[in-house]
Every structure is written in C-alpha cells, then in structure tokens.
Design a protein around this ligand. Structure first.
Ligand code: ADP
Length: 260
C-alpha cells in the first residue's frame, strides 16, 4: 500500500513561481484550447502536465513563456519573470553550427562575447554529459545527444524555470530512461523549477513531484496527484510497488478526465 501520510515535498504553502488563473485560450480559427484553467507552479517542483494529445498542454507552456495572448484570465509571476528555458520534442539545432555554436546561440543573441560565454558553455556541456563534444556537428550525434545539446542550450542562460514539451517522446526507450535519470539528477543539483509536458503516465510518475491531469479539449486541470516519493529516485523506482500504485492511480484519473 502507498504511505498515505508521507508528506508532499512541495506542499500548497510552497511559494508559487507563476500562477494561471481562470485562463481561456481561443485561437484565431475559433478552437477553444483552454477553458477556465487554474494552475500554480510551485518553486522548485518538477510538475508534469499530463493529458491526451490536443488537450492544450503545449498551449499552457507557450502562455507561460509569454508566446501568445490569453483570451481571458491572468498569469502572475511571483517576481520579475526572468529567463525561461524551453525544450521541445524536436531539438531544432542549427545543422551548420557545432555543438558549442548551438549552445552559444541564446548568449549570442544577448550580445555576450564568445570568450566571456565559453566557460558557461563548457559548464552547460558538462552538466548534460557532453564534455568534449563542443566541436561536433549535430549530424554526427545520436538523437539522445542532440536532445542533450538542446537541454544545454536552454540551461546556458541559467533560467529560473525550465519548460519541457514532450522532450523525450521521439527517443527510444533506453535513451529516454537514461535522459529521465539525467534530468532528475540535474533537477536535484540545480534546484530548478520544471514544468514537463507528457502524455505518458509512466514518465510523469517517474519524474514528477506533482502531476496535473488535464481534461480533453477544452483543457483544464481535472485532477492533481502528488508523487510523494522522495529523491533520489533511481531505476529501482520503476519496478517498485509505489511506482506501480501511483501509475494505477494516475491512469484512473486520466481515464476519468477523458470521459468527463
Ligand atoms: P497538446 O500539447 O495537449 O497536444 P496543444 O496545446 O498543442 O495541445 O493544442 C490544443 C488545441 O489547440 C488543439 O486542438 C490544437 O489543434 C489547437 N491549436 C494549437 N495551436 C494552434 C494554433 N496556433 N492555431 C489554431 N489552433 C491551434
């Protein structure tokens, strides 16, 4: 049985970094992507948005990133918004640039000279396990390594919040599991706040401190499931009773949300 009284590591009292209140999003073609969406992202948590394709998960991330207007409702940041890291399913690397050049991009557009940026780029490469690959080109890398470059590129600007839109969905299972573990280790050491979009119950339970299950379109938060299994989570968690039990609970909430 699950330990029902195990404390949530990021309880309601944890300050929220950003909160969406009563958010509606209607696209110009009339599609109502979100309706009355309320969610708060707590500082330091790894929050997953879980739901079927088309339920508005990416729309939520884009609105948090300031890409596109709300149709109604509000987004409130606890402080100045600060830098946001955004990682997509497609690593979208520049094929003509090296790994170093790709990771340099966000600093280059801010006008940081290459010599000044070099130490930060090296550090970001080390963080994601790419030390020594600075001179390689994207075509020489595996899919998993290209995703690491994409993550390093979002880290180099030292964002307060990292938004990840199904980043590992296109990778094979072995690579995905490895990147899941690397993300957990990075998150534990860097103390970021992460919002992670996925349609995988298994991935969301493995990674998250809390899961918000979204309803089918128009999207809203249908259920909240804290995953109060403390770090460090390692591969043995995948075969544990607590993991299976949480997956069962989350699957049931997802099925309910899709019927509602
Ligand atoms: P998810 O990430 O859960 O798959 P999205 O946020 O991408 O969902 O999309 C939610 C809904 O909004 C979908 O029906 C999608 O087709 C629609 N949509 C997304 N972006 C646009 C857009 N730019 N214009 C019109 N409709 C869009």
């Amino acid at each position: 049985m699950l330990q029902k009284n195990r404390p949530d590591p990021f309880p309601v009292e944890t300050p929220s970094l950003v909160a969406l209140r009563g958010v509606d999003k209607v696209y110009s073609n009339g599609v109502v992507a979100l309706k009355g969406l309320d969610l708060a992202v707590r500082e330091g948590e790894l929050l997953s948005l879980l739901g079927p394709s088309g339920c508005g998960k990416s729309t939520v991330l884009r609105l948090i990133a300031g890409l596109g207007d709300l149709s109604s409702g509000t987004i409130e940041w606890s402080n100045r918004r600060g830098d946001i890291g955004f990682v997509f399913q497609d690593p979208t690397l520049m094929p003509w640039a090296t790994v170093f050049g790709n990771i340099y991009l966000p600093l280059r557009v801010r006008g940081v000279p290459k010599r000044e940026a070099a130490a930060r780029i090296e550090r970001a490469m080390e963080q994601v396990g790419l030390a020594g690959f600075g001179g390689a080109y994207p075509r020489e890398l595996s899919g998993g390594m290209r995703m690491r470059v994409s993550i390093a590129r979002s880290l180099v600007a030292e964002p307060k919040i990292l938004l990840m839109d199904e980043p590992f969905a296109a990778l094979d299972e072995i690579t995905r599991f490895k990147l899941n573990d690397d993300l957990l280790a990075l998150w534990a050491s860097q103390r970021w706040t992460v919002v992670f979009v996925t349609h995988s119950v298994f991935e969301s339970v493995y990674l998250s401190t809390r899961i918000l299950v979204m309803s089918a379109r128009p999207g809203r938060v249908a259920a909240e499931v804290p995953i109060a299994v403390p770090a460090p989570r390692d591969p043995s968690f995948r075969t544990s009773h607590a993991y299976a039990e949480h997956c069962r609970i989350v699957s049931a909430k997802l099925a309910q949300a899709m019927q509602a």
